[in-house]
Design a protein around this ligand. Structure first.
Ligand code: GDP
Length: 418
């Protein structure tokens, strides 16, 4: 199961709760069991799922709720809050600013994609107008410096390292000092990895961190490690103060739940994802708190649907993540039919391109009279049947979203939605 199915299951579970006539413990348990099953199948760590269940049950003490209180609402809100927290623990502990010197240290296991990611991160910021520089403090892996040097040269990013020096702390300090003098505003320190978590690695990380005083420590994790994600991320977090996470190899067959586990273990957000070996196969990751906001408003317009489609197409395989939003999943993008689903989405978008702003921003489907439908069909060169199809899809999604109306986004997530 990938995140796409996960989104579908969660929305179905929440919607089922809306449909239940009597709200009792069984309804809550059914809902939680369905969500838990989905999370476990996506490789989210067992303990995390259990904690989520416990937290929700603690909030929703059905017996203690006075008669007449809206149990359904309280339950939905509790589940929604927990999921929001799981998806988005807040801002990274630091965000680099142009013109202000900052040090960002990368940590992670060997093979996780750390070195590649350092360059991608530098390149991304360079294009945004930063003056980045790379420091190779990985003295453990033979060839690490060559790799960084090669990548950095290609991207025209200054770099620092040594073939001779074996003390990573010394190299890191020298590199940081040099680039501070050169007025670089984003000094990226690549540290050593190891094949597995071991004391020596963590000790070295701690020393480099102490000596360079990074503004931000980024933990890099390979998305394919599955269930091991939580423990690995936690081990790093316990040694250095991880403030953000980057998940690599999201272009592969990873189920994606590892990302959620890493977020939970480090209490830090995933800020980017790696989607290939190439330097620009790197994307900002944003679990769309904005959409959570919309969801809680319950107002679902065609424009919102259009934006979701855009995201899904842009993100390629990781479009699955957006499917964590109710409705955008199994029905619209059934597993094994991704190509057809993509074609359908593109078709829908072409038709929406022929709609007016008023139509796109309306939440009133009655606006879509027969003559308008014919006009849209003509404008987009599609049969009327296709337009009807697209509007049906819209109504289906709007109905699901409508059921969530009024859910409150937890405070720590709200900042992102501005
Ligand atoms: P390090 O040991 O953690 O520094 O890992 P490297 O940066 O050397 O990366 C290990 C391998 O993973 C290399 O072959 C990279 O090209 C590859 N790699 C890194 N990031 C990604 C990614 O996002 N997608 C894919 N497909 N490969 C990646």
């Amino acid at each position: 199961m990938v995140l796409a199915q996960l989104g579908g299951s969660i929305s179905r579970a929440l919607a089922q709760m809306s449909n239940a006539t009597v709200i009792d413990e069984k309804v809550l348990n059914d809902c939680l069991n369905e969500i838990s099953r989905a999370l476990l199948q996506s490789d989210v760590q067992f303990k995390m799922v259990r904690d989520m269940q416990t937290n929700i049950k603690r909030i929703v003490n059905l017996e203690a709720l006075a008669a007449g209180t809206n149990k359904r609402r309280i339950m939905q809100q509790a589940v929604f809050t927990e999921l929001c927290n799981m998806l988005d623990p807040g801002k990274p502990s630091f965000t680099p600013k142009k013109g202000k010197p900052s040090v960002v240290m990368f940590v992670g296991l060997q093979g996780s994609g750390k070195t590649t990611t350092c360059t991608k991160y530098a390149y991304y910021h360079q294009r945004k107008g930063f003056k980045p520089a790379l420091v190779c403090a990985d003295t453990f892996r033979a060839g690490a410096f060559d790799q960084l040097k090669q990548n950095a040269t290609k991207a025209k990013i200054p770099f620092y390292g040594s073939y001779m020096e074996s003390d990573p702390v010394k190299i890191a300090v020298e590199g940081v000092e040099r680039f501070k003098k050169e007025n670089c505003d984003l000094i990226i320190v690549d540290t050593s990895g190891r094949h597995k978590q071991e004391a020596a690695l963590f000790e070295e990380m701690r020393q480099v961190s102490e000596a360079t005083k990074p503004d931000l420590v980024i933990f890099v994790m390979d998305s394919s490690i599955g269930q091991a994600a939580f423990d690995q991320a936690q081990a790093f977090k316990q040694s250095v103060s991880v403030g953000a996470v980057i998940i690599t190899k999201m272009d592969g067959h990873a189920k994606g739940g590892g990302a959620l586990s890493a977020v939970a273990a480090t209490k830090s957000p995933v800020i980017f994802i790696g989607t290939g070996e190439h330097i620009d196969e790197f994307e900002v990751f944003d679990v769309k708190p904005f959409l959570l906001q919309k969801l809680s408003e319950g107002s679902f317009t065609l424009r919102l649907m259009y934006e979701q489609f855009q995201n899904i197409l842009k993100m390629g395989p990781i479009g699955q993540v957006f499917s964590m939003l109710p409705g955008f999943s199994s029905e619209l993008m059934p597993k094994g039919h991704e190509k057809e689903s993509q074609a359908k989405i593109k078709r829908y978008m072409t038709m929406m391109d022929s709609m007016t702003d008023a139509e796109l921003d309306s939440t009133n489907p009655k606006l879509m009279t027969e003559s308008r439908i014919i006009r849209i069909a003509r404008g987009s060169g599609r049969p009327v049947r296709d337009v009807m199809d697209m509007l049906e899809e819209y109504k289906r999604l709007a109905k699901i979203w409508g059921k969530m109306k009024g859910l409150k986004i937890p405070k720590n997530v709200q900042h992102m939605s501005k």
